[in-house]
Unconditional design. Structure first.
Lengths: 189, 177
């Protein structure tokens, strides 16, 4: 599968990120919708076009850190109506394909028939190194038909729904918390 | 006959056909509020218009059909979105053309916008899930969930052609999810 639309995947983009995003990494998508209300609206078309749909790299983050960043630390005034999260592997997101639009492709001989629809790019922030972004591999709309981008978004929803939705801390996808230090004195009894 | 601030009110008239008084019922009032849309959608301009304030006369059965139809539901919803999101007027104009083609008894879609770039019609019932997207470029895109993946629409997103046959069949249960 080609990643020709995602050159930023090849190297770390933010100095605050631990690394670029590996295929094996779980990506957490937080939602303000109950599972019965899940919709393609959750995957905001404008943000996908601009490559700014936020996800959390759970293997380098704790649930608490993610929650504080996305929902906020002020429980009386949360940033969003948190309903839970879903997760998928970066490789699964990258594995969603879309067929190129032959009619609009000016260089058909250079382009494979199907390409990865989404890029997964690290976007670590000073207080949130695990932040990453999803975006269309080809946001202009000339590369593939609108049918293809709608279908790709549907497949993105399915990829995240596959493991169900969770509200609380879970490993996986989040890294396990270090075991609490044992007080040597407590073992004397 | 009266003229409200932003809509016309029609009334009965005598003749061979029964005509409706479309004044009092709330749903009817709502419908009248988008009379220009209805007129363009269902060729009401051909209905008898004898009033200086622009009254449309429509048969009772026709009105009932219109108000219960998915198309009217969609047009009313789009009218509301047009008021809230003037930046998406191109998208909404495209969606209006599409909405007029919806069969009256089709399952009603959820109609939403991301407020920036898209108007969407989304159907979710049982294992069926489909979406039509309007980005304001004079066409539309759609996809249908079949099993564990979404399949791009089989027909071009041609507004003039109306709702594609594969989507209608899917939503009416003639093809499986």
């Amino acid at each position: 599968m080609t990643r020709c639309g995602c050159p930023k995947e090849g190297s770390q983009q933010s100095s605050h990120s631990p690394s670029s995003v590996e295929d094996s990494e779980p990506l957490v998508f937080v939602t303000d919708r109950d599972i019965a209300d899940h919709s393609l609206k959750m995957f905001h078309n404008g943000k996908l076009k601009s490559g700014e749909l936020s996800v959390c790299r759970a293997s380098v983050c704790t649930f608490e850190k993610m929650y504080d960043q996305v929902v906020g630390t002020d429980r009386t005034s949360p940033k969003m109506d948190y309903k839970g999260y879903m997760w998928a592997l970066a490789g699964e997101v990258r594995g969603i394909l879309a067929k190129r639009n032959n009619a609009r492709d000016k260089t058909p001989h250079l382009t494979p028939k199907k390409v990865g629809a989404f890029c997964v790019v690290d976007d670590g922030e000073p207080d949130y190194p695990a932040h990453a972004c999803l975006g269309y591999a080809h946001p202009s709309g000339d590369f593939w038909s609108l049918h293809e981008t709608v279908a790709a978004r549907g497949d993105l929803l399915i990829a995240f729904q596959t493991r169900g939705m969770t509200r609380d801390v879970a490993t996986p996808p989040f890294q396990a918390l270090p075991a609490p230090a044992i007080d040597p004195g407590s073992e004397k009894l | 006959v009266s003229q409200q601030s932003n809509y016309s009110v029609a009334h009965t008239t005598s003749g061979a056909t029964s005509f409706a008084v479309i004044v009092t019922a709330l749903t009817l009032t709502k419908a009248i509020a988008v009379t220009p849309v209805l007129a363009s959608a269902f060729d009401l301009s051909a209905a008898k218009d004898v009033s200086p304030v622009g009254v449309h006369y429509v048969s009772i059965s026709r009105i009932s059909d219109l108000l219960n139809s998915t198309a009217i539901y969609a047009l009313l919803k789009l009218e509301s979105l047009a008021n809230s999101y003037p930046n998406l007027i191109d998208n909404i104009d495209d969606a209006r053309i599409f909405a007029k083609s919806l069969p009256g008894d089709l399952v009603r879609p959820e109609i939403w916008t991301d407020a920036e770039s898209e108007i969407a019609f989304e159907w979710k019932h049982g294992s069926h899930h489909a979406m039509v997207s309007f980005e304001g470029n004079g066409s539309f895109g759609y996809a249908i969930r079949r099993g564990n993946r979404f399949v791009p629409g089989a027909f071009p997103g041609d507004l003039k052609a109306g709702i594609p046959r594969d989507l209608v069949n899917y939503l009416s249960g003639k093809t499986s999810a």
